[in-house]
Write a protein that binds this ligand. Structure first.
Ligand code: ZN
Length: 410
């Protein structure tokens, strides 16, 4: 696969995946196409050596693996969720001739970039069907249906110095001037056999498509690069290799990973127990394998370079970033780092090291959580990006493909 084909397909995946539910549906489709067999957690697994499988939990987390009898696996972990605005259950706010939708922030949203965007709505709707059964359906409105207008500068002359965003008051988007607008009626119309919408998990998203940016297409700009870029790289890797590999793409990382499908929950452990049913086998698997926790890293921003540790400031298009934190906010150890760097240099790919400034707090990710729960040696890595948690993030066009090449060889 050439870098151009790889990146073109990445942009398509980003556009087709506005919520974790859509991420998992798209990943499942690609895994089925690649010959993977879907397992149901409610049924026996009946695994056969040499086959490849995947399991979905709660519609928004997915694990796929090439099954083989030995214990030495490469695991790649990523997350399917991204910070966004979610629609509240009693959504409509009617005021000043306008209907707005009440929204709740999900995760650490960078709020200012959400203003003045053409927003759409996607997610899962749970409903009673015309034949009185409880069902769920994924929806993606695709067209722009909402916008959060800025206040004009004439009404707030200090805005460029002191704009603050109140999450309750300033974020509800406008959606209609129709007096009897109802979101649930709109949803009912969209779902063929829907009698009544009972509940939903819906997010706003930007309708602007992912694209290349730069005089030579050096950059990729999109929503949800954190962390669909890593989901996509892990997916393409496992679809291109027969080696003992497992990928784990979990929901709810942005809110702490504690959920039924999150990395802090029981999903991975349960799948491992069914692959390796004895305590002996499970322990041998955990201690023989390596987890590569792939989540984007902060590239040094030329306008804000002093936010980075000068000797550990990753740059776009200069390779995958290895994340180090001695307080275990990242799970990388000197041994797992050595293994990763050695593989990268064997395949001729550059790497960079990130350490946060000593006077700043360090972020974290699924690496340390999974390392602690499963007892597996782990390295935290990621592709350098700008504007993490903005509605539009940017990355280099070389680095995702570079990560793919390393993961194939490690
Ligand atoms: Zn992330």
């Amino acid at each position: 696969m050439t870098k151009q084909d790889f990146n073109d397909a990445l942009l398509g995946f980003l556009d087709a995946s506005p919520t974790p539910f859509h991420v998992v549906v798209n990943m499942s489709g690609m895994l089925l196409n690649a010959g993977f067999i879907e397992l149901d957690e409610k049924e026996d697994f009946d695994l056969i050596t040499g086959n490849s499988y995947f399991v979905v939990r709660a519609d928004s987390s997915i694990i796929a693996f090439n099954y083989y009898e030995g214990f030495e696996y490469i695991l790649v972990g990523a997350h399917t969720d991204s910070p966004n605005l979610k629609i509240k259950p009693n959504a409509e706010i009617k005021k000043d001739g306008i209907t707005q939708l009440g929204v709740e922030t999900y995760g650490g949203v960078l709020l200012n970039p959400w203003f003045d965007r053409d927003l759409s709505i996607a997610g899962r709707v749970s409903y009673k069907s015309v034949d009185a059964r409880l069902k769920s359906a994924l929806i993606d409105m695709q067209k722009a249906v909402a916008i959060i207008p800025s206040l004009a500068i004439h009404l707030d002359r200090d805005v460029n110095i002191s704009k603050t965003v109140n999450e309750q008051n300033h974020l509800p988007p406008i959606v209609s001037t129709c007096k009897d607008f109802s979101l649930k009626s709109e949803l009912t119309k969209m779902i063929e056999d829907c009698q009544e919408v009972l509940s939903y998990d819906l997010s706003l998203y930007d309708t602007q498509k992912a694209s290349y940016v730069g005089f030579n297409d050096e950059f990729i700009a999109s929503a949800r690069l954190d962390n669909l870029l890593s989901c996509y790289v892990s997916l393409i890797t496992i679809c291109s290799t027969q080696k003992p590999m497992m990928i784990i793409c979990s929901d709810h990382e942005e809110v702490g990973s504690v959920s039924v499908g999150g990395a802090g929950g029981s999903f991975l452990e349960s799948v491992i127990e069914r692959m390796f049913p004895t305590a002996e086998a499970k322990a041998r698997f955990a201690r023989s394998s390596l987890l590569i926790s792939a989540d984007n890293a902060h590239a040094v921003h030329p306008n804000y370079a002093d936010k980075h540790e000068p000797l550990h400031a990753p740059k776009l298009n200069q390779g995958v970033v290895v994340k180090v934190n001695s307080n275990q906010r990242y799970a990388s150890s000197s041994e797992t780092i050595a293994r990763f760097l050695d593989t990268a240099s064997r395949v001729g790919e550059p790497t960079q090291i990130f350490v946060t400034r000593s006077d700043m707090a360090c972020g974290s990710t699924i690496g340390p959580i999974t390392a602690a729960k499963i007892g597996i040696d782990t390295i935290d890595i990621g592709v350098p990006t700008y504007a993490m948690h903005s509605i539009r993030e940017s990355a280099g066009s070389d680095d995702a493909y570079s990560l793919y090449k390393i993961l194939l060889e490690i």
